[in-house]
Each structure stands twice: as C-alpha cells, then as structure tokens.
Design a binder for this molecule. Structure first.
Ligand SMILES: *Cc1c(COP(=O)(O)O)cnc(C)c1O
Length: 428
C-alpha cells in the first residue's frame, strides 16, 4: 500500500473505488426503484480484471460470459454454474451443458447450439430445461443512425425479420422438456441513448405478444452510458424501460436482466502516463510517452480523449515547487491551477506512445504549454475495452492500482517476462 502523493512508476491504470461504488449503487437503486425484480450480469469481456470481477461478485452480480475461456475464468473466480449468464456466438459445448444443467442463464445464439441442446435434453428426458433466445432485429429502423450495425444487419442471434427467430422457437417448442423462458436483446449502438433502450424494451413486448412467450426474464444486455458529460446515466434509462415493459410484463412474473460493462467502470478508471522524451523533426514536436494508444484505444477508433496534464515542477526556475506531490496540474478543460506560466505555448505537440509503430499517436496538443520529460498525461474514462484488450506488444501489461482516498493499492503487478513465458517451452 502506498499513498497517492508518492509518484508511482508509470504507466499504470488506476480505479477509483468510491466512484465505482457510486456507479454500482446508482445502478442498483435505479433498477430496484423501477423494476424490483432484476439481475445484474457483469460483462466480463469489457474488463475482466480479477479485482473488478470479485468486486461485482461480492455485490451479487452474475458473470456475463461470451466464451469458454471467460466461463472458465468465472469458475476460477468462484462463480457457480447457476451464477453464470452465458451469451455470444462462441460458447463451448461442455460449459454450455454444464450451465444449462445447473440452471444458469443460457441465451441461445445459433442452430448449432440448438443441436447441442437437443442432444443434452435427450440425455435427460425427465429433467426440465429453461433457455433464453437471442433475437436479432432491425433496431436501426427504430433508431435511425444510432446503431453500430447501421443499415446492414447485425450478426448475432436469430433474425426476427427473416423468420429465423420463429423457426428456432418452433424447434425449441417441439422439445418436450424445454421451455423458452428468456429473451436476450443485447444490441450495440453508437448513441447508447435512452431511445435505444426504449426500443429494445418495445421489441421485447412485440416478441412476447406475437409469439405468445411466457418469459421469466427479459435480458436487455449492455451498452449503457455512464460517466460521460451530457450523456444518459442509469437513472435515465430504467424509468423508460420499465414504462415500456409494463405494457406486457410485470415485475412479479418477469425479471429484468442487465449486462453492464463500460457504464460501470468507465468513470472510475484512469490511465497515468509520463513524458520521457520530446523531439523536433522537420518542424513537428513529438512528445514521447510511456503509454500507448494500444493501452487505451486498442481498436484504434477513438478520435479524441478525455485527459488532463500534470506538469512537473522541474521546468526552469519560475515553476516553483508549490505542490507536495511535485507536480502542478492544469486541466485542458479548465484553467491553470498553478504556476506553469514560464512555459511557452507550442502550437502543435503530437502526443505519441512508446511503441515502434507510427500509428501510435494519441492526440495533438494544440496551443498549450510545452511538455517536457516528467510531465504526466492522465487519460480519464478508460475502464472499458482497454485492460482486457491490451496486447503484449513491446511492453507487457501495465500495473493496475485501486485508489481509495489517499491510498493506492496495487491489484495487478506489471507483467514481466515471467508472466510472458508461462506455458512456453524452449531449449536453453
Ligand atoms: C459487450 C456486451 C455487453 C456489455 O457491453 P457494454 O457496452 O460494455 O456495456 C453486454 N452483453 C453482451 C451480450 C455483450 O456482447
């Protein structure tokens, strides 16, 4: 355990535990006050850091997994089979059967899975089985311009419009010891708007009515916003979802399942990096940092970042050491919090990562004070699709700390060659 004011070796991720707790509590409160029969399935793929998994597990969240490896991780972390929500197109047959036999939540995604199910239920003719089915539907039509798949179709689940959903349902209904008790409607959207979730809830009603479904749960999936300025938060979504669901469901009969990932962990997580070199090449100032685009934007889709800069106080004489941490802070969104006025502004500084790839450039810092080695660039809202998507490229996984007030606790050591070579064989 160290304290925040010590300068820890960068780069590292840091999770602010009180903020995480605030988001978890906000989720629980808005679910319980709007639909008091709910289940939270934490999306492993978004961030399966063991500390986070155990954090949500302790608070009653199930594990929402989308592969046999994620399933195995959930088991490793102490989840029982009946505390698993098994989704996605790439389940393992053995784990699929284990979760079904134990009464966990399985949302069918393909004909192959229906064949697995058929085999399984034939082996256990006297045992009743319950399954969910993932519906693929034209959300784009309901929310033009908002979805990730756009005009072309999404590729998950059984398509309602083409009749595949009806076909799958017919097969499942022909299996005497199987009941379809769940509907899974996860859809990714660019907007993550309240309207998206209103439309998903409407679709649940439409499918229930059209196919006369008797549902123990409606699973809305993930894809909520959280911790983004001017964007919806949990309390914006669930009154609207509940209003729609009440048209055809009651909380007494039907549970609402949600599968949050990014919305829970975005706000509480930051990535702390340092400048280690600057160089001018043909009139361009490059600022080299020990964090990489691969750490916080591994899919290379971000066009902007939320960040702030902590300036080292070692710049010349006039940046006096006026802060016990040895840094002064100036947010790009706010004004200088203390004295860095001796630094000249530079019209363009290209903030770059440590890798040897030219594309590893994070952003251009425009008309801002000159950055020098020792300055820290801290990226905010980086909890989702970063730690779990980091490559082992040039540098191994960075450390992760949990911050609680002034305390900083390391919950993952920086990876070293010892972790990298595990499982390998070679000749000395
Ligand atoms: C990715 C995913 C989630 C979580 O999505 P977030 O955007 O991180 O909230 C939940 N459910 C399923 C099925 C997913 O594929």
């Amino acid at each position: 355990m160290t304290t925040d004011t010590e300068q820890l070796q960068t780069p590292y991720f840091v999770i602010d535990e009180p903020i995480l707790q605030r988001y978890y509590d906000m989720l629980v409160e808005s679910l319980s006050s709007n639909w008091n029969n709910y289940l939270i399935g934490y999306s492993f793929k978004t961030n399966s850091l063991p500390w986070l998994v155990s954090y949500v597990k302790k608070r009653g969240a199930y594990a929402e997994v989308v592969s046999e490896d994620e399933y195995s991780l959930a088991k490793y972390m102490g989840y029982r089979n009946d505390e698993i929500i098994y989704n996605g197109p790439y389940k393992g047959q053995q784990s699929f059967c284990d979760v079904l036999l134990a009464g966990g939540v399985v949302n069918l995604d393909s004909m192959q899975e229906i064949r697995w199910l058929t085999n399984l239920v034939n082996l256990h003719p006297d045992k009743p089985f319950e399954v969910g089915i993932r519906a693929n539907f034209n959300l784009e039509q309901m929310c033009p311009g908002e979805t990730t798949m756009g005009e072309v179709s999404g590729r998950f689940g059984f398509c309602y419009e083409t009749g595949k959903f009806a076909e799958a349902l017919k097969i499942l209904r022909s299996l005497s010891n199987v009941s379809v008790t769940g509907l899974h409607l996860h859809s990714s959207s660019k907007s993550r708007s309240v309207n998206i979730f209103r439309s998903i809830a409407r679709m649940a009603c439409q499918l229930k009515t059209e196919f006369d479904l008797n549902l123990k749960y409606v699973d809305l999936g993930g894809g909520y916003c959280g911790g983004m300025e001017g964007r919806p938060e949990y309390p914006d979504y669930f009154p609207v979802v509940a209003e729609e669901l009440r048209e055809c469901f009651t909380p007494e009969e039907t549970m609402l399942i949600v599968e949050p990932g990014i919305s829970l962990i975005s706000k509480c997580t930051a990535f702390v990096t340092s400048v280690f070199d600057t160089r001018d090449i043909k009139g361009t100032r490059y600022v080299m940092t020990d964090g990489s685009r691969f750490n916080i934007d591994p899919t290379m889709i971000k066009s902007s970042h939320l960040f702030h800069v902590e300036y080292t106080t070692n710049y010349g004489e006039s940046c006096a050491d006026n802060d016990e941490s040895g840094v002064s802070s100036r947010s790009v969104f706010g004004s200088a919090q203390n004295n860095c006025d001796s630094r000249p502004d530079i019209s363009q500084q290209i903030i770059s990562g440590f890798t040897c790839m030219e594309v590893d450039r994070l952003f251009t810092y425009k008309d801002q004070p000159e950055l020098i080695p020792g300055d820290r660039i801290i990226y905010e809202n980086v909890g989702g699709y970063t730690m779990s998507l980091n490559p082992l490229f040039i540098q191994y996984f960075p450390a992760v700390y949990v911050k609680n007030g002034d305390e900083m606790r390391m919950v993952r050591k920086k990876w070293t060659p010892a972790e990298y070579v595990q499982g390998s064989e070679w000749e000395m």
